[in-house]
Design a protein around this ligand. Structure first.
Ligand code: SAH
Ligand code: SF4
Ligand code: F3S
Length: 449
């Protein structure tokens, strides 16, 4: 075991994945090294998620396992990072005495000090939230690869009544535009081909009056062979300017993750989502007009307090109307400290599960149908590697984030863009028989070209 060797497991959303790279960036600059396996590590950190109860249960389970490691090597520092650090500091440190270190999302800069405290026999605790911290100047630690996450804003001011994020991540704040552009330049030099700009609410990005559309335009202009993705968009602030910007730049992906949560206006209001279904569908219609071929994914919660069978049917109805490419679908989980926690969690678990299953089945059918419509069409694909099932096939993604599997070919390498013609499709994967290299000037070289 080496005191300068660190092992991190990451749970939760992409923001956490990006934060883990920031933490490793901070630690790297102080001489810490990433451990190849957990047994060699002097420091074991879990970057945690609080979004639903089962996310937290999983971490408690994992901490139980880590106790064995600690019994074998009592010197090992075990720490919690991320959203649970904010919510459960007292429980983790005082009551259950499970960890030596608890550091929340805005205190990663000081993590080396907290580690020193923990090695010194104390508890390293930093859970203050900040109104300004964006880690602008920290170079995240990234392995070589094709795709990178870049967090461009932090926190959330929306306060949806079911959600812990405003409490675990604090107020909204945006990174400086130039620092994001600089980071993309460096990634471009290292051969990266895709960046995803991240924020709980990226449309609220604002840096000295430069909004998210300005940031996307600047990001897309760095290198035409880098695809730019972004997530998550809130329906309240998806502006026309943003839609026109996506349409204008070929390397801004035609794909918008736009969580709807419910199809019922009454439930949306109880959730404090600040839009109606009419507004939402209108937005989708407008986006489809402005951005030819745009596709959507969404998040849906089933069984929010007071949800009736009619409300549930309205959710199914919106899904039919939008025809999402994909969806993340969840059972409502009451979270202490949120407004909805005070409402009675009155939809019983059997009903929640039944509704969730209906939502999942419907999405499965829609994804299948949407993909069938692509048979015979050409798609530009970024080659990511061998397919999961066989080294005789490559797998890559389209502009709209769909996986395409196609035969390997001597001329084609990982990181290339190829044109494929779709011959077969399931609900999750497209298949092509052949592929041709595309000279990259623009990565969405029009399908008609
Ligand atoms: N900022 C993003 C994502 C937040 S968390 C957004 O606004 O869309 C990702 C998803 O988890 C949410 O969209 C929501 O569908 C789900 N979620 C959040 N809190 C939840 C809860 N208490 N129970 C069930 N699902 C929840
Ligand atoms: Fe949570 Fe709503 Fe903020 Fe998304 S917009 S992080 S769901 S409070
Ligand atoms: Fe989970 Fe925190 Fe992300 S609660 S979803 S890790 S912002």
């Amino acid at each position: 075991m080496k005191k300068t060797s660190v092992y991190i497991e990451t749970y939760g959303c992409q923001m956490n994945l990006a934060d883990t790279e920031v933490v490793l960036g901070v630690l790297n600059s102080k001489g810490y090294k990433v451990a190849d396996n957990i047994e060699d590590a002097g420091i074991v950190l879990l970057n945690t998620c609080s979004i639903r109860e089962n996310a937290e249960q999983r971490i408690y389970g994992r901490l139980g396992n880590l106790k064995k490691l600690k019994d074998k090597n009592p010197e090992t520092v075990i720490g919690i990072l991320g959203c649970m650090a904010e919510r459960l500091r007292d429980d983790l440190v005082d009551k259950r005495k499970m960890v030596d270190l608890v550091v929340g999302p805005d205190e990663y800069r000081r993590i080396p000090e907290y580690i020193d405290e923990a090695f010194g026999g104390g508890k390293g605790i930093g859970v203050k939230l900040s109104r300004t911290e964006t880690y602008d100047d920290i170079i995240p630690y990234r392995e070589e690869g094709l795709s990178a996450w870049i967090s461009v804003m932090r926190g959330c001011d929306k306060f949806c009544t079911f959600c812990v994020v405003p409490f675990t991540r604090g107020r909204e704040r945006s990174r400086n535009l130039e620092s994001v552009v600089e980071e993309i330049k460096q990634l471009s030099e290292r051969g990266f081909k895709e960046v995803t700009l991240l924020g709980q609410n990226v449309n609220s990005y604002n840096d000295n009056n430069r909004d998210f559309a300005d940031l996307l335009a600047a990001a897309a202009s760095v290198d035409g062979s880098i695809r730019v993705r972004f997530t998550t968009s809130h329906p309240q602030d998806l502006s026309d300017k943003l839609l026109y910007t996506i349409a204008e730049y070929p390397n801004l992906c035609n794909y918008i993750h736009l969580p709807v949560q419910s199809g019922s206006n009454r439930i949306l209001e109880l959730m404090n989502r600040t839009y109606t279904i009419e507004h939402y569908l209108n937005l989708i219609g407008k986006a489809k007009k402005i951005i030819p071929g745009v596709s959507f994914s969404t998040d849906i919660i089933s069984g929010f307090p007071t949800e009736t069978f009619e409300d549930h049917l309205m959710t199914l109805d919106v899904m039919e109307k939008v025809r999402y490419d994909g969806a993340y679908m969840f059972k409502y989980s009451a979270r202490e400290g949120t407004k909805a926690y005070k409402m009675e969690d009155d939809v019983d678990d059997t009903t929640k599960t039944k509704r969730l299953n209906e939502i999942i089945d419907l999405q499965q059918r829609i994804s299948y149908e949407v993909n069938q419509e692509l048979i015979g069409k050409e798609e530009i694909v970024l080659v990511e590697g061998f397919s999961k099932k066989s080294d005789l096939f490559y797998s890559g993604r389209t502009d709209s984030n769909k996986v395409v599997v196609f035969p390997i070919n001597k001329e084609i390498n990982v990181g290339d863009y190829v044109r494929t013609k779709i011959t077969r499709a399931t609900s999750g994967t497209l298949f092509a028989d052949d592929s041709n290299l595309v000279q990259v000037r623009s990565v969405r070289e029009s399908i008609t070209a």
